[in-house]
Write a protein that binds this ligand. Structure first.
Ligand SMILES: [Zn+2]
Length: 299
């Protein structure tokens, strides 16, 4: 896999040019090495933050990238000269896990991606469920406390406002400001603004009890949201991905316990909660699957 930073602040055109350049680079290198000629490339699968409109290939709004009504699919497809298909990045990641990752052979799957935000993807009976207008699966903005913390979306008490990477860091800092004992301040030379969720995971591995408490609390918030989804959807498997999963049992232990406590037993018993197998590559593998499903049929 090849990757480059998005550098969204320099504008959408720059990001598109960069993606097109990378696709053309892959095609050129494959041709030079004699592996594949141009005819071997049949199309492009794209995964993007949403919400988006799959029919027109337009990204409607991305708070983190600042795009609005942006015709991503056609800009890239026309520049490269190949047909392209677009889906939400979390849907693509879930599809990737179903095709080649932790959920191979499982037909009812919920993907949960913990990062800057919280994304979700839903595969029902082997197919991505998109809903009436392609917004299905936005689990990060499920309300878990009606008068709770303010979320970037403008609502109060969204799951994302408690268990995303930045939310974990913010809750950790609040406790430190209330003078909790921890290794965390020394890890950032006393500059608490620099604390990230990755520092919390590192501190746990170093034996920090306070950081373990922050992660247990994160798992309880996450478990509250996941228990709702277990009752509503009765999934066979939930695949959790993102850097926070490095905390291992410190996250998964209390997460599973919270789900067992809150969800109907028969639904919780049927649901395996597992870490991602594909990690960062789930989205690109799933985007290829998205193209295949749209243009060529079942994989
Ligand atoms: Zn929200």
């Amino acid at each position: 896999m090849r990757s480059m930073p998005t550098d969204a602040h320099v504008g959408a055109k720059f990001v598109v040019d960069r993606i097109v350049g990378m696709i053309q680079g892959v095609m050129r290198d494959a041709a030079r090495e004699g592996e594949l000629d141009d005819d071997a490339f049949i199309g492009i699968g794209l995964g993007s933050p949403g919400p988006l409109d799959r029919e027109t290939g337009t990204v409607l709004e991305t708070p983190n990238l600042g795009w609005r009504n942006f015709p991503l699919r056609d800009l890239i497809g026309k520049s490269v000269g190949l047909p392209a298909e677009l889906d939400n990045d979390a849907n693509a990641a879930t599809l990737g896990e179903c095709w080649q990752g932790a959920a191979r052979g499982v037909s009812e799957v919920l993907g949960v991606t913990l990062g800057t935000g919280i994304g979700g993807g839903l595969v029902i009976n082997g197919e991505v469920y998109h809903g009436a207008s392609d917004v299905a699966g936005e689990i990060g903005h499920m309300t878990i406390d009606s008068t709770g913390r303010r979320c970037a979306c403008g609502n109060y008490g969204c799951l994302e406002a408690y268990a995303s990477g930045p939310a974990i860091a913010a809750r950790a800092v609040e406790g430190l400001e209330a003078e909790a004992a921890s290794l965390l301040p020394d890890m950032v030379d006393g500059d608490l603004d620099r604390i990230t969720a990755a520092h919390v995971s590192e501190a746990i591995i170093a034996g920090d009890e306070y950081a373990a408490d922050v992660m247990r609390e994160t798992a309880r918030f996450l478990g509250t949201g996941v228990a709702n989804l277990v009752n509503i959807l009765n999934p066979e498997m939930i695949v959790v991905s993102g850097g926070v999963t490095r905390a291992g049992d410190h996250l998964f232990g209390p997460l599973k316990a919270e789900v067992r406590k809150r969800a109907f037993k028969v639904a919780a018993d049927a649901c395996r909660i597992v870490p991602s197998e594909l990690g960062d590559t789930a989205g690109v593998i799933g985007a290829a699957a998205t193209f295949h499903l749209a243009r060529l049929g079942p994989i």
